[in-house]
Ligand binder design. Structure first.
Ligand SMILES: [Zn+2]
Length: 417
């Protein structure tokens, strides 16, 4: 019974934002829940949450509701969370620079060694080493476990068209060497070799001196790094049961607020959105991919910024997507593939890639940035792109999807507010 209820409630999570005509008032302290829905009682719309223990509680209420068509409630949600964005006292401080890339899969030794990268992957990313090392923090989405053995429940001993990735643990050393400091491991390949594969990934990264976010829910959802006197938090979200879920805005706000209490700057990474060349645009609704909910990403991104996040870095669609600025914070909706070696012939949209560098001010506000364009050749060899096609793509998509909030992007890739 509870399972049915929870499933039904999950399907309604998006109503969280949609349907209030009046100001939303909190009723008591909403419990951290895995489900939430809005329902109507006389003239009020009520947010009902179910706690993890299955008990029911009213979390919030607002006036009105039924005549608001689905999909037009976004500004109201913003007004709900706007008042709670923490005001931090201004402190004199220097900017923090962050370099970020999309999906990293350096080649897999599963089911056999035939798809391993040249020179064991040692120099796969050397073209970007200077950019990564030049930033205070270099971040990426590590799309697959680092493990030297184990069993893939997903693919058994390896069926054709079954994609389970496994990178040798020694690759962690190459990633450190090229300049990476922190990864999100919240993605749809993190569990390709089960819980043992996730544990092996954490251990390999730890040994290499790389932090990780987004593994095994609350336990490893957030990574903390220090730059000078500043503490920077990275939180990893995805759409699988082992990560914080982009579809659960209540839990997302709670995680960001918790990190914001102890960190000066909060960076949110999400793996979400539909995939492929047909998924370049950012819809203002929940995306579905093979019937899986992949998030209402503008709503998610604005909600986490309202809760205190300073930079939102998206990946997952395997193509580049738009950028926008919200409350002086940059949202990059998809950084595309970055180092996807060996399993896919990349071309056209899926071969365009980039390194994004961003400067954040004392409060985490966006001070400026740059798109460094690259291409993935053949099976995924990273090469500089003199034509700057990734810059042109992000410019075009940002103008199309966010005509009012897109950042200025010059032809050489410089991003400004
Ligand atoms: Zn993915």
């Amino acid at each position: 019974m509870r399972l049915v209820l929870v499933t039904r409630l999950r399907n309604l999570t998006n109503e969280l934002s949609e349907g209030c005509t009046g100001r939303i008032r909190k009723i008591g302290r909403p419990p951290l829940s895995d489900s939430m829905l809005f329902t109507k009682l006389k003239h009020f719309r009520l947010a009902v949450t179910f706690s993890l223990a299955g008990t029911l509680a009213f979390a919030a209420a607002c006036a009105g509701g039924t005549d608001v068509p689905v999909g037009t409630g976004q500004p109201l949600v913003n007004s709900f969370v706007e008042e709670s964005r923490p005001q931090q006292p201004a402190k004199p401080s220097e900017n923090i620079s962050i370099a970020a890339v999309g999906d990293i899969m350096m080649g897999s030794n599963f089911p056999d060694d035939s798809r391993m990268p040249p020179n064991d992957g040692r120099d796969l990313f050397s073209p970007v080493a200077g950019i990564l090392k030049g930033a205070d923090i270099a971040f990426g989405n590590l799309e697959g476990p680092l493990a030297d053995g184990g069993v893939s429940e997903k693919c058994g001993t390896g069926r054709a068209n079954c994609f389970a990735f496994r990178m040798p643990t020694r690759f962690a050393g190459y990633l450190k060497e090229v300049g990476f400091d922190v990864f999100s491991v919240a993605n749809n390949h993190a569990s390709d070799f089960g819980p043992a594969g996730r544990a092996s990934t954490r251990l390999a990264l730890e040994k290499a001196g790389i932090k990780f976010a987004g593994s095994d829910r609350g336990k490893y959802s957030t990574a903390y790094l220090t730059v000078g006197a500043k503490k920077i938090a990275f939180i990893g979200f995805a759409t699988n049961p082992i990560s914080l879920d982009v579809n659960n805005l209540v839990a997302a706000r709670a995680a960001v607020k918790a990190a914001d209490k102890v960190a000066d700057i909060v960076v949110v990474s999400f793996h979400g959105g539909a995939e492929g060349s047909a998924a370049k645009r950012v819809p203002r609704s929940t995306e579905l991919f093979f019937r899986e909910k992949r998030g209402n990403l503008p709503l998610f991104s604005r909600t986490v910024i309202d809760a205190g996040a300073d930079l939102v870095i998206g990946h997952g669609p395997h193509v580049l997507r738009a950028m926008e600025i919200y409350k002086d914070r940059l949202i990059a909706y998809s950084l595309g593939n970055f180092g996807t070696y060996g399993r896919f012939r990349l071309e056209g949209d899926t071969a365009e890639t980039l390194v994004l560098t961003v400067d954040l001010g004392p409060e985490g506000e966006f001070m400026g940035g740059k798109i460094h364009p690259f291409r993935l050749e053949g099976w995924g060899v990273l090469t500089a792109d003199e034509t700057g096609s990734a810059v042109a793509t992000i410019r075009r998509l940002s103008g199309l999807d966010f005509p009012d909030t897109a950042p200025e992007i010059s032809e050489n890739g410089t991003i400004s507010n």
